[in-house]
Write a new protein. Sequence first.
Length: 82
Amino acid sequence: LETTKNGVVLKYNEPPEGCKCSDRKYRLYEYKNDQQENVYYIHRKSWYLIGRDERVSEIHCRHPSISSQHAVIQYRRIKDKI
């Protein structure tokens, strides 16, 4: 199964247990030189792509060591284990 966004093939596919976080509200703060640049409300979607490619990533990083689709923050629902 190949997923595309804005004409770009995504390297990530969401797992079946992926879900939107509904019981808590999480934020991710971006700082540069001790100044807050952005706040990302990461509880609003089930996953967020981090990378340089602004066409597909929700959290953009412009550092040369970051790939176009570098990392994913994924929420998963896992049943309790006894």
